[in-house]
Design a protein around this ligand. Structure first.
Ligand SMILES: [Zn+2]
Length: 233
């Protein structure tokens, strides 16, 4: 981090101490960086929701992801979008940790041996310096006392950014983009595979596939955010 960005970060950290990162309201006792109102403005994902069911169907059809646990809808202009953005591009990694802790509430009691973050490709990770999903994984780990294995899955080819691709194009783009190293560490294990935001689910299914191919017993997909589908998509 250079001097200017570290100064900006320090200034932001100072602001965090007094005002909500998202809405600017004064923080109450016990609130850190984000006010309670902003947290409660997030829309939780329900198991009977259309989007959740579509994803669940996709996963059971693909046979690689055994279960899906996801926390909030990813909505434009809402708190989660700005948290995810800051986590991704401004090194506010503590948000990842915080979101991981929140997600852990929905994961306690699940059968999980190890936590694996969905990897970025090497080039992106080098540019960014970190993988945002690592911090979410660490936040979950801190609450549930389950180890994180960060260097097990690797991206083997460069995939283009997926923002403008449809589900079918994403599937092709991501196909065979991952490999597993040290398969002995995951053989027979129940794995929690962590991503920040699940959109079509194709990335997480590809990673789940290489984990299963390497001998993983079960794969539970966990994400903080879920992109809401329209009834027509
Ligand atoms: Zn707020």
């Amino acid at each position: 981090m250079n001097f200017i960005s570290s100064t900006i970060r320090a200034a932001k950290d100072f602001l965090f101490a007094t005002a909500c990162f998202h809405c600017g309201a004064g923080l109450q006792n016990g609130e850190q960086r984000i006010c309670g109102r902003c947290w409660s403005s997030l829309t939780g994902v329900g198991e009977n929701d259309y989007t959740f069911k579509v994803l669940q169907d996709r996963f059971s059809e693909g046979k690689m992801v055994d279960e899906l646990v996801t926390l909030y809808y990813f909505e434009k202009g809402k708190l989660l979008q700005s948290l995810a953005h800051s986590l991704k591009y401004e090194e506010v990694t503590s948000f990842g940790f915080e979101l991981g802790k929140k997600l852990s509430g929905k994961l306690s009691g699940k059968n999980i041996d190890v936590i694996i973050p969905v990897p970025l490709n090497k080039r992106k990770e080098r540019e960014r310096g970190y993988n945002q999903s690592d911090y979410i994984a660490k936040g979950i780990s801190s609450e549930l006392n389950i180890p994180v294995l960060s260097n097990i899955v690797h991206r083997t080819k460069y995939t283009v950014t997926q923002t403008h691709l449809n589900a079918e194009q994403r599937k092709e783009n991501i196909a065979e983009a991952f490999t597993v190293k040290k398969a002995e560490l995951i053989r027979g294990k129940n794995i929690l595979l962590v991503d920040d935001i699940i959109t079509t689910g194709s990335t997480i299914q590809e990673v789940a596939k290489v984990l299963k191919d390497a001998g993983a017993s079960t794969v539970l997909a966990g994400s903080v955010g879920l992109a809401k589908l329209g009834e027509d998509s």
